[in-house]
Design a protein around this ligand. Structure first.
Ligand SMILES: [Zn+2]
Length: 422
């Protein structure tokens, strides 16, 4: 990425434009030029790399004194099988630090910051970060501000961090880094600067969005959403026996090939897990499908199968042949099949309640110039239609429904929408 200090920016660009005879907007599209406006860039020290308990202690003491911090984490799911936190970025109005969880054994000082209700912690899209921090370290947070939720409720069209930073601070994120391998050490210079930039603008962004929310009278909505983030905990999802059916192309396979695919997929999960490598880095999905279709019985025929890289044959060929044989031995009746999910029994009264709730929601969203899914997601409407409350007390028991949503939609409107279900 080329970074040009904006103080020199106009003359340099004009010169490039003149020299190349292309327009400025064209130039923006052709090169990855990022304009850094110095008057807007938060005035922070260069990022500090924290790799010992002593420096983490010193850092968290300084951060606690500032009253608010920005938080972010990086994982490596594009590279690794085991999902875990590989980097924690923290940032105050004066400090920015990258904490290395591979080097620091005890991260509890960070957990104390998160749990301290006197310190506001700012995330962009807190849900994932809080879930993984809870899973890996047992951390829980209080006093959270989520810039993604704030942007949504403030009516921003694009709520991705990249889009918001571009809009408010004219910085362009280095997209290439989103798939970087954060489990590698040492981190490259490019990774360090990307990781720092990911949190560098969060506090100023928080201030801009908070102002915006207040000006449209929606700060209370945001506060309700933020307080719900405090309840986020990691929950183990059940092992999915049908995962192999979701591989692209699986549903078109005959049952005999599906039995082979199931074996191949299960072998790949085991192998990826023991290598701690993302499954597609072991054998890609299209290669698994090709193997399930062609069922090569030895390395020579596997080599001749379209779509199987030579490196895969060389490294895993024998194990793949074994898995294929195992799949072919499955008795016809035990072969998996693609079952189409049966339609649930028709419940016309429920359908009518849901339809009326949708109409109410859509009309109200239009009035408030809001995205209807943001005002009230379909899942929440379904929960109301299912519960079929007949008064406010019962409506209050629909846990999916937020206080602010009830305020906007109106209890009376919701109740009358479901009452008139004849
Ligand atoms: Zn990040």
């Amino acid at each position: 990425m080329v970074v040009i200090n904006s103080q020199y920016f106009p003359p340099i660009l004009e010169f490039i434009e003149f020299a190349l005879q292309i327009s400025l907007s064209d130039l923006h599209h052709r090169c990855d030029v990022s304009i850094v406006a110095p008057q807007r860039k938060p005035n922070l020290k260069p990022p500090e790399l924290v790799a010992s308990s002593e420096s983490l202690d010193a850092l968290t003491k300084r951060l606690a004194a500032r009253g608010r911090i920005a938080f972010d984490t990086e994982a490596a799911s594009f590279h690794r099988y085991i999902d875990r936190v590989y980097l924690v970025q923290v940032c105050s109005d004066s400090d920015i630090a990258l904490v290395d969880p591979l080097a620091v054994q005890d991260l509890s000082p960070l957990g104390d910051l998160l749990a301290d209700s006197n310190i506001e912690v700012v995330f962009h899209d807190a849900d994932y970060d809080l879930r993984t921090l809870n899973r890996d370290y047992g951390f829980v947070a209080t006093n959270v501000f989520d810039t993604r939720i704030a942007a949504q409720l403030a009516g921003e069209d694009s709520v991705g961090l990249g889009a918001l930073l571009d809009k408010y601070f004219k910085v362009t994120a280095n997209k290439k880094m989103q798939r970087a391998d954060w489990s590698r050490r040492p981190l490259t210079e490019e990774m360090v600067s990307y990781a720092a930039d990911d949190t560098r603008y969060l506090l100023p962004l928080r201030d801009r969005l908070s102002k915006l929310l207040k000006s449209v009278g929606r700060m209370e909505w945001a506060e309700e959403e933020f307080s719900l983030l405090e309840g986020i905990r990691w929950t183990q999802s059940a092992k999915d026996e049908q995962a192999f059916l979701r591989i692209k192309g699986a549903k078109a396979l005959p049952r005999r090939a599906l039995a082979v695919l199931r074996e191949l997929h299960s072998w790949r999960e085991k192998t990826a897990s023991s290598l701690d490598r993302a499954p597609f880095r072991v054998v890609g999905n299209s290669a698994l499908i090709a193997l399930a279709k062609e069922t090569p019985s030895n390395l020579e025929t596997m080599q001749d199968t379209d779509g199987i890289p030579a490196s895969v044959v060389k490294r895993y060929g024998n194990e793949l042949v074994k898995a294929i044989k195992k799949g072919l031995k499955v008795a016809p009746n035990d072969r998996p099949s693609v079952t189409r999910s049966k339609r649930p029994l028709a419940d016309h009264a429920y359908d009518r309640r849901l339809a009326k709730l949708k109409t109410l929601r859509n009309e109200t969203a239009l009035e408030h110039k809001m995205d209807s899914g943001l005002l009230c997601p379909n899942g929440t409407l379904q929960a109301i239609a299912r519960a079929a409350p007949i008064n406010s007390v019962q409506l209050l028991k629909v846990s999916e429904l937020r206080r602010w949503q009830r305020g906007v939609l109106g209890d009376a409107n919701i109740l009358s929408a479901i009452r008139n279900d004849d």
